[in-house]
Design a protein around this ligand. Structure first.
Ligand SMILES: Cc1ncc(COP(=O)(O)O)c(C=O)c1O
Length: 416
């Protein structure tokens, strides 16, 4: 993967040429990797990042678990906390997380909510977030601050800022009332890797609780966890391809015993992490299937190969799509980030498109309906972007088709 120079705006010079040809598609026993997924072959799938995609074999494994649950509910639920506990330890091992600090939660939103609900903020506290924060997670921070009669400070970090500039801007917002800092590991709207480790270390030295939203990190990063964060949360149902409703929360030793599940249940009197093995009566097959999913993709494709392939294909896709967009609009659509992340790349949309989150979501739905292309559009600082995602099943033809059909559609939409 190439690292590009920083810019705060989509670049205005000539679009960078394609530097490398598309990588050869990943194969499993001679068949394209896409045959491992049940994705509709009549659609293009360039948005793994929003809701993930679960391989057939993982769905079968989960269906078998559900069959066992339905065949003998008493047998199933009696054993469930022990099975969740074993899956939890296995997942921690696979992702290089500390087993004693790792618990399952249903999704990143739930994990962040655990942090907000459990970590006490002093009266009048300030919670610091950034303008790259995921909207729903920032809303949670606002509610947590309001419960304490406090405030939220939003730090502006320009798109393409250097690590030093991001750190300086964020640390400058920490004041005497700051009790908590909430950071994204890989940002949703801007697909950028934040230097969370060093910022969390410094914030902790200043006595500030740090909570990292690593929704996109598992699978994308070989070492997804942020050890310096008091609480780090990562989705398993995004790049790691686990069934939906599976995420992990990892807590530093100092805060573990302060954390409780969102649902009060029989684990309430137990210590962390065991208290999270209980959640009331629920279908927890997604937790049990999560380590299976991660291990399965490692066996059939290998996570190192997936990361290499998706990074190279993302570079290719960005070059092809941004060249088509630049040519169609006469404005350079290439977005240079300091740290483009693994499978994600940004392309600037024509001005006027996607300048709010609602507009961006509308584009996503309309382009699927019009062209059968699943894509993600985001909005940051009043500009719209296309966030291209790749996974093992993505091929160069998906990007080429996006350039050929979606780009003219978007340019036309900008003129309406
Ligand atoms: C950065 C970030 N945080 C949190 C979430 C929420 O994830 P979930 O809907 O799985 O809770 C997302 C979803 O895309 C995200 O991108």
């Amino acid at each position: 993967m190439t690292e590009r120079a920083a810019s705060t705006e989509p670049t205005t010079g000539p679009t960078e040429p394609t530097t490398a040809p598309a990588p050869e598609p990943l194969l499993v026993d001679g068949a394209p990797a896409e045959t491992l997924w049940p994705l509709d072959p009549d659609q293009r799938h360039l948005n793994h990042g929003s809701f993930g995609a679960v391989p057939n074999r993982v769905l079968e494994y989960q269906a078998d678990l559900r069959d066992s649950m339905e065949a003998s509910p008493i047998g199933w639920f009696g054993q469930l906390p022990d099975r969740v506990n074993a899956a939890r330890a296995q997942m921690a091992d696979l992702l290089h997380l500390p087993a004693g600090g790792t618990v399952f939660v249903p999704n990143a939103s739930a994990g962040m909510s655990v942090a907000y609900a459990s970590l006490a903020l002093p009266r009048g506290a300030d919670v610091v977030v950034t303008n790259h924060g995921y909207g729903a997670v920032v809303q949670g921070a606002r509610r947590a601050a309001a419960r304490a009669g406090g405030t939220v400070t939003v730090v502006d970090v320009p798109l393409g800022a250097s690590d030093d500039d991001a750190e300086t801007a964020i640390l400058a917002a920490i004041g005497s009332r700051t009790a908590m800092l909430v950071l994204d590991h890989i940002t949703s709207a801007t697909a950028t890797l934040f230097p969370v480790q060093r910022i969390c270390r410094r914030a902790r030295e200043l006595g500030v609780l740090t909570v990292v939203d690593g929704a996109h990190s598992p699978g994308v990063l070989a070492q997804p966890w942020t050890p310096e964060a008091d609480v780090w949360v990562g989705n398993l149902h995004k790049f790691a391809c686990a069934p939906r409703g599976s995420a992990v929360l990892v807590a530093r030793e100092e805060v573990r015993q302060d954390l409780f599940p969102l649902v009060d249940s029989w684990g309430g009197t137990l210590a962390f992490p065991e208290r999270f093995n209980f959640g009331g009566t629920d279908d927890l097959t997604s937790y049990l299937a999560a380590p299976f999913a991660y291990d399965y993709l490692d066996q059939v494709l290998g996570w190192t190969a997936i990361r290499t392939y998706t990074g190279e294909l993302a570079d290719y896709g960005q070059a092809v799509v941004s060249a088509a967009m630049s040519e169609a609009t006469g404005q350079d659509a290439h977005v240079s980030l300091r740290h483009p992340v693994g499978p994600y790349r940004l392309i600037a949309l024509p001005r006027g498109l996607g300048h709010t989150r609602e507009d961006a979501d509308r584009l996503r739905d309309e382009i699927l309906q019009a062209l059968g292309i699943e894509a993600a559009f985001t909005s940051f600082d009043g500009r719209g972007y296309c966030r291209l995602s790749t996974h093992a099943y993505t091929v160069a033809a998906d990007h080429e088709d996006f350039a050929a059909r979606a780009v003219p559609w978007l340019v036309e939409a900008a003129h309406q």
